[in-house]
Write a new protein. Structure first.
Length: 69
């Protein structure tokens, strides 16, 4: 259910907002990977969660691009 709400929120956003979310999620993923490499990351499951959120954001961006054609 939490994921459904996240996707609904994504679909309500504009393309610019989605791109900003994508950039911030990629930055977060980079920071998590860096922390993992230096053994500072406690919750390694967060990496998987952020990767999936990036995929969700990209999917919504693609859906909006195809709908506008």
């Amino acid at each position: 259910m939490k994921i459904d709400k996240f996707v609904e929120d994504l679909r309500a956003k504009s393309a610019d907002e989605l791109n900003k979310d994508l950039v911030s999620a990629k930055k977060e993923l980079f920071n998590l990977r860096f922390q993992n490499a230096t053994n500072q990351l406690d919750n390694t499951g967060r990496i998987k969660e952020v990767r999936r959120n990036i995929a969700r954001i990209q999917t919504v961006i693609t859906e909006k691009a195809l709908a506008s054609k």
